[in-house]
Design a binder for this molecule. Structure first.
Ligand code: SAM
Length: 295
């Protein structure tokens, strides 16, 4: 039987991480807290209602807490907690407070001397650093760099002397510019792009920043991604240009990629399946490319 020792204390705020892709990545404790609390504050209530319904959780009270209402919604939360109600804060995905609303609320809790509990759980930064193969001994997280190019370059400039793995979040439509700026700032360092973590097409694209223009072919510039750069010179011979298994193959044409896998012993069907998966495209598209190549 599940332990009851951590029963919801009324008046406590819980920060509850939610899956970053795979819905199975929610803890038993997270589900119990979400079921038991008196209110849930969510970054996007429509988005979260789908998740809650999936787990048959029907919140007594659900309201929004997002970057544009942190002050007013924060005050509501403080008031509810003071009245003895317990609550949970969730974001659209992952750990609240990590490039998501949550930080201001924690400072409000500390100032108001109200109790809060943070549940451990999924976060893209932790999953990506471990899966990247880059040093986990020392790493720092920088979230989304400023959008404005001048500010972004200045921020990168300030990181140049670090000796660790740097972790960034970025939206797919800005990835090219980010990689270009990282190359300008750090030079030819090993880089890993961790894509679609915990999802069906999860993939780690490895290479070097000098390859930034070719690292992500058009079809891979979709989905969620974390960018990790190893600026510690002791690892600087990692991922030599053009030798990485994933990147190397993704630079091939689709037809050559299939041929190479067949040369390694895969059947044509399996090779096509692998290529479709690696490039996040349908098997039909791969088949079509092969037909067009023969024509
Ligand atoms: N709070 C979240 C966390 O704990 O990771 C982060 C939210 S932030 C608004 C969204 C960014 O996180 C995305 O743009 C991407 O950089 C990263 N991210 C979230 N889910 C991801 C996934 N499944 N795979 C790769 N990156 C992901």
């Amino acid at each position: 039987m599940m332990s009851r020792e951590n029963d919801v204390d009324s008046g406590t705020l819980y920060l509850v991480p939610t899956p970053i892709g795979n819905l199975e990545d929610i803890t038993l404790r997270a589900l119990r807290i979400l079921q038991e609390v008196d209110f849930i504050a969510a970054e996007d209530t429509r988005h979260s209602r789908k998740l809650l319904t999936h787990f048959s959780i029907h919140p007594k009270k659900l309201f929004s807490y997002h970057e544009h209402n942190v002050r007013t919604a924060g005050e509501t939360i403080v008031e509810l907690l003071r009245m003895g109600h317990s609550g949970a804060l969730i974001s659209d995905a992952g750990m609240p407070g990590i490039s998501d609303p949550g930080f201001d609320l924690i400072t409000q809790m500390i100032e108001a001397k109200l109790p809060y509990v943070v549940l451990p759980g999924p976060s893209a930064v932790i999953t990506a650093i471990v899966g990247s193969g880059l040093s986990t001994a020392r790493f720092s997280f920088h979230g989304f760099l400023p959008r404005d190019r001048k500010n972004r370059r200045e921020t990168i400039e300030r990181l140049v002397s670090r000796k660790e793995t740097l972790v960034f979040y970025e939206a797919p439509h800005r990835i090219e510019k980010l990689l270009e700026d990282l190359y300008e700032g750090f030079g030819d360092c090993p880089v890993v792009i961790a894509k679609e973590l915990t999802k069906r097409h999860e993939q780690y694209v490895r290479g070097r920043l000098s390859e930034h223009e070719h690292l992500l072919p058009e079809e891979l510039r979709r989905g969620e991604m974390v960018v990790l750069v190893d600026v510690d010179s002791q690892w600087s011979n990692r991922f030599p240009v053009g030798q990485d298994h994933i990147v190397g193959r993704l630079q091939l044409s689709i037809v050559d990629h299939v041929s190479e896998l067949m040369a390694e012993g895969l059947s044509k069907k399996d090779a096509m399946r692998e290529v479709a998966k690696a490039r996040s495209i349908s098997r039909r598209d791969v088949y079509q490319m092969i037909l067009e190549d023969k024509a």
